[in-house]
Write a protein that binds this ligand. Structure first.
Ligand code: SOE
Length: 403
């Protein structure tokens, strides 16, 4: 057995289940240079956390993350809590010399994200690795889309349309959750799913957003509070509570190189369940991805004779497609959960190689600055707004290929 990489995961909700699957399955399908050991799951409720640890395959469970992140028998801290605790846990873990994987978005504010990015850069000098959990860049179809752009198959990138559409909040009586509270989640659709659209756009095109103009809208201003709702703040005894985040984010962005991109993030789009879509139009071709058909990539090659042109479906399941050689024969599909196994693989590979995985905390800070710029634009009647300070992390081109 290769050297163990002992993991503590903080958080025991839906994303905890997804990350657990990734840690459990990755070493069974990829030849990893280190062996992930699912050492301890940390959650707020001792009973529920112990039950989740047993179900998901963790060796132990605990309720005090502050004690766990300092233990000598822990090498990695995986943070899958709501955004209001990402900074505190990541800073403590980095200070304790632990490698850190943190769910998206990196934090709830630019200030928190900047402190995390600075601490990660300092820790990297001591061989400590950190990464943000944007898993949709780790699907074969999206990684192959990036390869097509990087190989010049689309030519000059001219326009991007990105959207992330869900409908689980379209019922006005759906209960209040922590995702609808600014102090817990930082923002609503903008950060929860808009962050994915931003990261995936920049990953596929290899270009970053420099300016944005947009509007945020809250569609349903208050919702029922269920007594069993965990993680809510300030609603004790109330039967309804305020929604303090956006339900819908619409914005335009200018990419490095000059291309314009349009973005929509909504959890009210009736009939769209998990439609993260990116369409890129270039001078020589175009591509289109839809998470609701995750094994497919639509590709249009404008260099073909016009009689043969048109979007064609590429089934991204060949062994030469990213990640696919580890799985099944051609035509056998992957799903939502495989992105988490690929994330675990890429993280372990980077830790073993002593390289900084992408997306880094600096990449996560950049996404946070995009989100913040959209919010500032919305407060300024949708005016064009610059994205944060000059970026220090490597400029995007094949550097994205490392991830
Ligand atoms: C809810 O909108 C959610 O679970 C997001 O929080 C995830 O990041 C996204 O991948 C799926 O939808």
């Amino acid at each position: 057995m290769t050297r163990p990489l002992r993991i503590a995961m903080v958080g025991a909700g839906f994303m905890g289940a997804a990350h657990s699957q990734g840690w459990r399955v990755a070493p069974r399908f990829f030849d990893l240079p280190l062996s992930p050991v699912m050492s301890v799951l940390v959650g707020r409720d001792a009973g529920r956390t112990a039950a989740a640890a047993a179900t998901w395959g963790w060796d132990d469970s605990a309720t005090d993350w502050r004690e766990v992140v300092t233990r000598d028998d822990i090498d990695v801290v995986d943070i899958v809590t709501p955004g209001d605790s990402h900074a505190e846990i990541a800073l403590a873990a980095l200070a304790a010399g632990k490698h850190v994987l943190c769910e998206k978005p990196l934090a709830n504010t630019v200030d928190e994200a900047r402190r995390m990015s600075d601490a990660a850069a300092d820790a990297a000098a001591n061989g400590i690795r950190s990464m943000v959990g944007f898993t949709y860049r780790r699907l074969p179809a999206t990684a192959f889309a990036r390869d097509l752009v990087a190989a010049g198959r689309l030519g000059e990138i001219r326009q991007v349309r990105a959207e992330y559409l869900q409908d689980w909040l379209s019922d006005a009586e759906a209960p209040l959750t922590w995702r609808l509270q600014k102090d817990r989640a930082g923002s609503g659709a903008l950060g929860d799913i808009g962050a994915h659209a931003v990261d995936l756009t920049e990953y596929i095109t290899g270009r970053r957003l420099t300016r944005v103009a947009g509007v945020l809208e809250t569609i349903v201003a208050e919702r029922p509070v269920l007594a069993a709702s965990s993680g809510l703040s300030g609603t004790a005894g109330a039967d309804r509570g305020p929604v303090t985040v956006d339900d819908l984010a619409l914005f335009t962005g200018r990419l490095e190189g000059g291309a314009l991109a349009s973005f929509e993030a909504s959890r009210f789009r009736l009939g769209r369940k998990n439609a993260l879509r990116v369409e890129v139009a270039g001078s020589l071709g175009a591509l289109s991805f839809d998470l609701e058909s995750p094994n497919e990539l639509q590709f249009h090659d404008a260099t073909l004779p016009s009689a043969e042109q048109g979007f064609r479906r590429i089934l991204v399941t060949e062994p030469e497609h990213p990640y696919m050689a580890a799985w099944w024969p051609t035509g056998h599909m992957l799903g939502y959960e495989h992105g988490f196994s690929h994330q675990a693989k890429d993280f372990v590979d980077a830790v073993a190689a002593g390289t900084d995985p992408r997306p880094s905390f600096a990449d996560g800070l950049h996404v946070q600055e995009v989100l913040d710029a959209v919010a500032r634009s919305s407060e300024a009647d949708g005016s064009w707004t610059g994205v944060g300070a000059a970026l220090t992390s490597p400029s995007p081109d094949r550097a994205f290929a490392a991830s």
